[in-house]
Design a binder for this molecule. Structure first.
Ligand code: HEM
Length: 110
């Protein structure tokens, strides 16, 4: 089921500690402007972790299916793609399926 972007904007407050939705603005994490549909790890002035870069070398696009698993457990998703024990620098986990759907819908529109 599709998420609710208005609810997702509220969920994004948890992400905003580390991410801006503004284009070109990186914080502890990379800007999430237009992240859905973006090629993995392509913010050129952001330094991704080794694990994240290893995963991105496999070549994939950030889509809903990736986000669903990444948000639940970033390091588990990254090490499973990269086939290494490397972790993601993102330590935050979003567990609730509704929150994931809603924030994904918000990200799609921004
Ligand atoms: C990376 C989403 C919360 C820190 C990412 C990426 C996405 C994402 C999609 C990959 C971006 C890319 O490929 O350019 C989210 C969402 C959040 C959230 C939707 C809230 C639900 C947080 C929080 C923190 C954080 C709270 C800090 C405590 C990071 C860091 C990276 C990252 C450091 C880079 C990962 C690496 O290099 O391993 N996030 N994030 N995120 N995020 Fe988050």
């Amino acid at each position: 089921a599709a998420g609710d972007a208005a609810k997702g904007e509220k969920v994004f407050k948890k992400c905003a500690a580390c991410h801006s939705i503004e284009e070109g603005k990186n914080k502890v994490g990379p800007s999430l402007h237009g992240v859905i549909g973006r090629e993995c790890g392509t913010i050129s002035d952001y330094k991704y972790s080794k694990g994240y870069q290893d995963a991105c070398e496999k070549g994939f696009t950030i889509d809903e299916a990736f986000l669903d698993e990444y948000l639940k457990d970033p390091s588990a998703k990254i090490s499973s793609i990269a086939q290494t024990k490397e972790r993601s620098k993102m330590t935050f986990k979003l567990k609730k399926e509704d929150d994931i759907q809603d924030v994904t819908e918000y990200l799609k529109q921004n």
